[in-house]
Design a binder for this molecule. Structure first.
Ligand code: AMP
Length: 214
């Protein structure tokens, strides 16, 4: 499957993407995960991105498009991909249209995960993430078996640097200003699936039905 997952930070894009990868071997492409790995490794990309990320701002479109142009041509994307956290601006969406045309790739759909703001805030403040493999936990509803240790890979489970109250509030403002307009962009193209996303299981069920793989 080839899908874009749209939605505010904390809407469940990563969780849903990971569940969908189990269905047909499509890969999750999270620009946030790619950037966090680059910051951790101290690469040039990481050094350029770090300040923006810590402030909860978006990294410049040109950096992101460079990453995506390379990533989408890698072998493992042949089977399909789930774009998680990309595109995030109208210029990114327009550049993605061009790139997909060039690579002769057609999307199956664009999923918009709708979650009430109070649920988002609660999820983001209680979310914890594995530094190594990106597995997502929640201190209230889904803690790791051993505190601070990833069940899947043994990596360190931490609160992300951009999940302080200040950065969360900034990220939600940035989402409303720069990313929410993508809903209209894809609605006009007729490719948008608007889904109430309080339960990830339910979201996956609806996506499977829409793709005819119930
Ligand atoms: P995420 O894990 O998707 O919440 O992304 C974490 C941070 O990485 C964001 O707050 C941005 O600073 C940066 N980022 C991730 N994806 C993008 C993107 N498509 N465009 C610009 N910045 C991005």
């Amino acid at each position: 499957m080839r899908l874009i997952l749209l939605g505010a930070p904390g809407a469940g894009k990563g969780t849903v993407a990971k569940m969908l990868t189990q269905i047909d071997g499509s890969v999750q492409i999270s620009t946030g995960d790619i950037l966090r790995a680059a910051v951790k490794e101290g690469t040039e990309l990481g050094k350029e991105a770090q300040g923006y990320m810590e402030r909860g701002e978006l990294v410049p479109d040109s950096l992101i498009m460079g990453i995506m142009e390379e990533r989408l041509q890698e072998e493992d994307c042949q089977q399909g991909f789930l774009l998680d956290g990309f595109p995030r601006t109208i210029p990114q969406a327009e550049a993605l249209d061009e790139l997909l045309k060039k690579l002769e790739i057609t999307l199956d759909g664009v999923v918009n995960l709708n979650v009430p703001r109070e649920v988002i805030l609660d999820r983001l403040t209680t979310r914890r993430t594995c530094e190594e493999c990106g597995a997502i936990y929640n201190v209230k509803s889904n803690p790791p078996k051993v505190e601070g240790v990833c069940d899947k890979c043994g990596g360190k489970v931490v609160q992300r640097a951009d999940e302080t109250e200040e950065a969360i509030s900034k990220r939600l403002d940035v989402f409303n200003e720069q990313t929410a307009p993508l809903v209209g962009y894809y609605q006009e193209k007729g490719t948008l699936w608007d889904i109430n996303a309080t339960s990830s299981d339910e979201v996956v069920k609806i996506i499977k039905e829409k793709l005819g793989i119930a």
